[in-house]
Design a protein around this ligand. Structure first.
Ligand SMILES: C[S@@+](CC[C@H](N)C(=O)[O-])C[C@H]1O[C@@H](n2cnc3c(N)ncnc32)[C@H](O)[C@@H]1O
Length: 215
């Protein structure tokens, strides 16, 4: 599959991949993990890689509004019925998490679920989230990434090219917690584990809540 082809960037990316996302990222285990991740969310929330809106049912009552950053219009299209059912004001922003047209310190909570694997420049995206969080705000994360076992990590690197094509830019080998630390956040809670029933190359998860450190 040529990733530059019209089939890939059109039909596959805008129609097939959103369907795949709903098919593979909405099972019971992931629903529970989404709920655990989003429990501390409150106030004005920024969610990057909003996708098809699978997080929406898991936001707690303390959330007042949501700004959804999503570059793939096909993903957002599939999210519409979930937005209508959520009873939460949602403002959509196209484009990437690397440059979000919002003023500094305008959010109480930032959310990234299964997205730092895919953004083209995770360091720039994390710098944006740091800029956009108010002092004392929280970054909530649920991400897959580079496994600690060398054998698994070797397979992650081998499979990465295929993964990037099939899952529209997703990388298996990003060291999520290190990226977050290195971008000026301190974890308040951090859980790293293999999700049962998911191949280890895809199932090393980082679930946590981090706050920006004082600059
Ligand atoms: C694996 S999907 C996860 C979607 C959703 N967060 C979920 O948990 O179901 C990754 C998402 O990141 C989005 N994405 C890709 N590049 C991005 C970028 N630069 N900034 C923000 N989101 C991006 C994709 O369009 C896709 O919706």
């Amino acid at each position: 599959m040529r990733t530059g082809s019209g089939f890939y960037s059109g039909f596959y990316r805008r129609r097939v991949f959103p369907w795949l996302n709903d098919r593979f990222c909405a099972d019971e285990q992931l629903q529970e993990l989404r709920a655990e991740t989003l429990r501390p969310a409150r106030g004005r929330v920024l969610e990057i890689g909003f996708g098809t809106g699978l997080n929406l049912p898991h936001y707690p009552r303390q959330v007042e509004s949501l700004v959804a950053v999503e570059p793939n219009a096909g993903m957002y299209e599939r999210a519409r019925p979930r937005i209508a059912a959520a009873g939460l004001p949602v403002e959509a922003i196209g484009g990437g998490a690397e440059a979000i047209p919002m003023p500094d310190a305008s959010f109480d909570t930032a959310v990234s679920v299964l997205t730092l694997c895919t953004v083209a420049d995770p360091v720039r995206a994390l710098a944006e989230l740091r800029r956009l969080l108010r002092p004392g705000g929280r970054l909530l994360l649920l991400e897959h990434g580079l496994a600690p076992e060398p054998g698994v990590a070797r397979w992650q690197r081998r499979l990465n090219r295929l993964e990037r094509v099939l899952a529209c830019g997703c990388n298996l080998d990003r060291p999520v917690a290190d990226l977050v630390h290195g971008s000026g956040f301190r974890f308040e809670t951090l859980r790293r584990f293999y999700a049962p029933g998911i191949p280890r190359t895809h199932g090393w998860l980082t679930l946590g809540c981090a706050r920006p450190t004082a600059s």
